[in-house]
Design a protein around this ligand. Structure first.
Ligand SMILES: [Zn+2]
Length: 146
């Protein structure tokens, strides 16, 4: 066994603030969320007439709409960033502020960073429907130390 720990490669933009958020999102996506599922039509489990872009529910389950209508303005990675931000900033309750943060991160992450996150989004849509579950768990220890 080698004594050297192999460090994983993470794409970076060179902007420390952006890269800090990027690493937090990667950590959340890889270690905190229960699962990420995509839906062709994502219905609000509280009101099935409502169509959503994304949903965070239960024990950090992330649901993402990949419907054609949404894809251009809100690609899956952008929605993933938004839902991960809800976990990272549980007190960040104003959706409008979060929407702005999501737009900035999505724009300023490099294509390589976006592709890194895209790899975590399942290509096949789920046949399951999200359940109407309250968010029950915000993990302690976030943000994690880099
Ligand atoms: Zn939100």
């Amino acid at each position: 066994m080698s004594h050297k720990q192999r460090r994983r490669y993470f794409p970076a933009s060179g902007d420390n603030n952006m890269d800090w958020d990027f690493r937090q999102i990667v950590h959340i996506v890889e270690n905190v969320v229960a699962f990420i599922k995509t839906k062709e039509v994502l219905r609000d489990p509280k009101d099935r007439r409502k169509i959503l872009f994304g949903l965070l529910s239960g024990d950090n389950e992330i649901w993402i709409s990949v419907t054609k209508k949404h894809r251009q303005r809100f690609p899956a990675v952008r929605i993933l960033i938004h839902e991960a931000m809800h976990i990272l900033y549980p007190r960040f309750v104003r959706e409008r502020d979060l929407d702005r943060k999501e737009a900035i991160l999505y724009k300023r992450f490099t294509e390589e960073q976006r592709a890194f996150l895209r790899n975590h989004v399942p290509k096949r849509t789920s046949v399951r429907e999200p359940e109407d579950k309250e968010l029950t768990y915000y993990p302690k220890g976030l943000p994690f130390a880099l």
